[in-house]
Write a protein that binds this ligand. Structure first.
Ligand SMILES: NC(=O)c1ccc[n+]([C@@H]2O[C@H](COP(=O)([O-])OP(=O)(O)OC[C@H]3O[C@@H](n4cnc5c(N)ncnc54)[C@H](OP(=O)(O)O)[C@@H]3O)[C@@H](O)[C@H]2O)c1
Length: 322
C-alpha cells in the first residue's frame, strides 16, 4: 500500500481508503455486520488507514462499526465522517437557506453525536455532507468549523460535493477554511478534472474520490437481469433501462481496453489514483474479496498515458441519482 499526504494536513493516508456507506445497512441491503468487521480488519492488515463514514449511514450504525473496528487495527486509522443536512435533503439546493441545513447549534450537536458513535474524543476529518457555494458568505458554517477545531473535536474539515456537480464547491475551496473535498470521480464522471482538480492542486486541498465504481456499474457484474433487494438504494439508481445502458457502456469499455491482467474494477480504481489531485479513492467494500482486490490496486500503480487516453473516451454525462 502506498500513502499520500492529505492536502496540507499532517495526515499520510492510504491511496485506497474504505467507503463505509454500504456497511451502514439501511440504504445498501444484503451486508452483514460480522462480514463487514472482517472486511475492515483485512483492509487494515493490507495497510489501509483511512475510512469515510457518515452519521447518516444507517443512522450512526456505520460509525459505530467503524469506531469498534479501528480499536483492533494494527496501525492508526484515520476516520472521516459527515454532518448530515438538518433537513435531510440531498443534494443541497442553492435556493435553500443554510439556516435550514447547517444552523450553528445543530452542527455542534451532530459532531457530538458522531463522537459518541465513534467512541473517540476527536474526529480526524469532519465534512459537511452537502454543500452549495451559494452559502459562502454566511457565517454559521464558518463558526461551526472554527469552534469545533478550537474545541479539539474536529482536527480537519472538508465538504462532500453534490453529485456530478464539482463546480458547486469552487468558492469553498478558495475560502481557506477547508482541508479536503469529496467528489464523484470515476471513468464515467471525469468532470472534476476540468476546474476542481487544478484548483485543489493549487490550494493544496486533499481530494477523496468517491463512488469510483459507479455504485457497482463499473464492477462489470450488472446485467439486465440483476435484481436488487426491494427498497435498496440501487434499485432506484439502476431502474428502468439503466441496467441495459450500463451493460452497453461497460461492453464498449471492455472492448476498448482489450485483454488486461487486472479486473475491470481494478482498472477503474487505478484510473482514480492516476490523477495527481486525488489523495485517496474510497470504494465501498463489504466483503474480504473486494477488499483484497481493491487494496492490490495501490501496488499496480498509475495507468499509462495510452490507457488514460482510451478511458477519456468513456466519460458519460448523466445523473442516475435523480
Ligand atoms: N454524498 C456523499 O458524501 C457520498 C455519496 C455516495 C458515496 N459516498 C462515499 O463513497 C464511498 C464509495 O461509494 P459507494 O460505496 O456508494 O459505491 P462504489 O464504491 O462506487 O461501489 C461499491 C460497490 O463496488 C463493489 N466493489 C468494491 N471494490 C471492488 C472490487 N475491487 N472488485 C469488485 N467489486 C468491488 C462493492 O462490493 P461489496 O460491497 O459487495 O464488497 C460494492 O458493491 C461510500 O461508501 C461512501 O463512503 C459519499
Amino acid at each position: 500500500m502506498h500513502y499520500r499526504k492529505l492536502g496540507s494536513t499532517e495526515l499520510e493516508v492510504s491511496e485506497i481508503g474504505y467507503g463505509a456507506w454500504g456497511i451502514g445497512g439501511t440504504q445498501w441491503l444484503g451486508g452483514r455486520d460480522d462480514e463487514s468487521q472482517k472486511a475492515l480488519q483485512r483492509a487494515f492488515e493490507l495497510g489501509l488507514n483511512f475510512i469515510d463514514t457518515a452519521l447518516a449511514y444507517g443512522d450512526g450504525h456505520s460509525e459505530k462499526l467503524v469506531g469498534q473496528a479501528v480499536k483492533s487495527a494494527p496501525q492508526r486509522v484515520y476516520i472521516a465522517t459527515k454532518i448530515p443536512p438538518k433537513n435531510r435533503i440531498w443534494p443541497a439546493s442553492p435556493s435553500t437557506p443554510i439556516s435550514e441545513v447547517f444552523p450553528y447549534e445543530y452542527i455542534i450537536e451532530s459532531a457530538n453525536e458522531s463522537l459518541r458513535n465513534l467512541g473517540t474524543e476527536q474526529i480526524d476529518l469532519l465534512q459537511y455532507h452537502v454543500w452549495d457555494d451559494a452559502w459562502i458568505h454566511t457565517d454559521e458554517w464558518r463558526r461551526g468549523i472554527e469552534d469545533l477545531k478550537k474545541a479539539g473535536k474536529a482536527r480537519y474539515f472538508g465538504v462532500s460535493i453534490s453529485d456530478h456537480d464539482p463546480d458547486s464547491a469552487l468558492e469553498v475551496v478558495k475560502s481557506g477554511l477547508i482541508d479536503t473535498v469529496q467528489v464523484i470521480y470515476n471513468i464515467f464522471d471525469q468532470t472534476p478534472e476540468k476546474n476542481l482538480f487544478p484548483l485543489c492542486l493549487e490550494r493544496k486541498i486533499g481530494v477523496l474520490a468517491r463512488v469510483p465504481l459507479d455504485e457497482g456499474g463499473l464492477t462489470g457484474t450488472i446485467t439486465e437481469q440483476t435484481q436488487f433487494e426491494p427498497g435498496e438504494f440501487r434499485e432506484g439508481y439502476f431502474r428502468g433501462d439503466r441496467k441495459k445502458e450500463i451493460v452497453q457502456h461497460v461492453e464498449a469499455l471492455k472492448k476498448d481496453l482489450g485483454e488486461r491482467s487486472e479486473t475491470l474494477p481494478q482498472t477503474a480504481l487505478r484510473f482514480c489514483i492516476s490523477h495527481p489531485a486525488v489523495t485517496t479513492v474510497i470504494p465501498g467494500m463489504r466483503r474480504i474479496s473486494t477488499v483484497e482486490s481493491s487494496c492490490a490496486v495501490s501496488d499496480l500503480g498509475k495507468l499509462d498515458s495510452n490507457t488514460l487516453a482510451t478511458l477519456k473516451r468513456h466519460a458519460w454525462n448523466r445523473n442516475f441519482y435523480q
